[in-house]
Ligand binder design. Structure first.
Ligand code: AMP
Length: 182
C-alpha cells in the first residue's frame, strides 16, 4: 500500500472528496492547501488577508506562502500523507522535492484524476463555493492548463503517475483509486 501520495487534476475533478475518503480509510494525513488557505481567510489572519483576493480571482497564491503551510505540517509527522491541491506548478514541485529529500519522505504515487472541461464546469457550478462563478471557473481552468498540467509530464517522467478516470459515482472513482494505491 502506498503511503505518500499526491493527488493531481483539474478543479472540479473531485480531488477533495476522494482525498478525504482515501485519507480516512488508509489513515493518512490529508493536506489540502485550498482548505488550509480558506481556513486562514475565514480566520482573518495576515496570511489569509494576503491570499483572499488572489483566490477570489482564481489565480495561484505565492509559492513561498503555500510552501510554508505545507512544510509546517509535513515536518511534524512520520506517518503517511496525501497532498491535495499542491504542488500547482513546476516551481512548487521542485520546492516539494527539496523538502521531501530533506525529511527523507519521497513521494510513492501520484494519482491523476482525469475529466473533460465541460463536465468540470458543470460540477463546479453545482458546488457553489465563493470562487465558483463561471468567469472565475474558466480562469481556474486556464491557470490549471498553463501552470499545473505540466506536472503530469514531470511526474510521469519520474515513473510515479497513475491516471484514473474521474467519471461516474464517487464510489466507482474511489474503487479505481484504491486499485492503484494498492
Ligand atoms: P482548491 O481548493 O485546491 O481549488 O484551491 C482554491 C484556491 O486556493 C486556488 O484557486 C488558489 O487560489 C489557492 N491555492 C490552493 N492551493 C494552492 C497552491 N498549491 N498554490 C497556489 N495557490 C493555491
Amino acid at each position: 500500500m502506498k503511503q505518500r501520495i499526491l493527488f493531481l487534476g483539474p478543479p472540479g475533478a473531485g480531488k477533495g472528496t476522494q482525498a478525504e475518503r482515501l485519507a480516512a480509510s488508509h489513515n493518512l494525513l490529508h493536506l489540502s492547501t485550498g482548505e488550509l488557505l480558506r481556513a486562514e481567510v475565514a480566520a482573518g489572519s495576515a496570511l489569509g488577508q494576503e491570499a483572499e483576493a488572489v483566490m477570489a480571482r482564481g489565480e495561484l497564491v505565492s509559492d513561498t506562502l503555500v510552501l510554508a503551510i505545507v512544510r509546517a505540517r509535513l515536518t511534524c509527522c512520520n506517518g503517511g500523507w496525501l497532498l491535495d491541491g499542491f504542488p500547482r506548478n513546476l516551481a512548487q514541485a521542485d520546492l516539494l522535492q527539496q523538502l521531501l529529500e530533506e525529511i527523507g519522505q519521497p513521494i510513492e504515487l501520484v494519482v491523476l484524476l482525469a475529466l473533460d472541461d465541460e463536465t468540470l464546469v458543470e460540477r463546479l457550478l453545482a458546488r457553489g463555493r465563493a470562487d465558483d462563478n463561471e468567469a472565475v471557473i474558466r480562469n481556474r481552468l486556464v491557470v490549471y492548463s498553463d501552470q499545473t498540467e505540466p506536472l503530469i509530464a514531470y511526474y510521469r517522467a519520474k515513473g510515479l503517475l497513475s491516471s484514473v478516470e474521474a467519471t461516474g459515482t464517487v464510489e466507482a472513482i474511489a474503487e479505481r483509486i484504491s486499485a492503484v494505491v494498492g
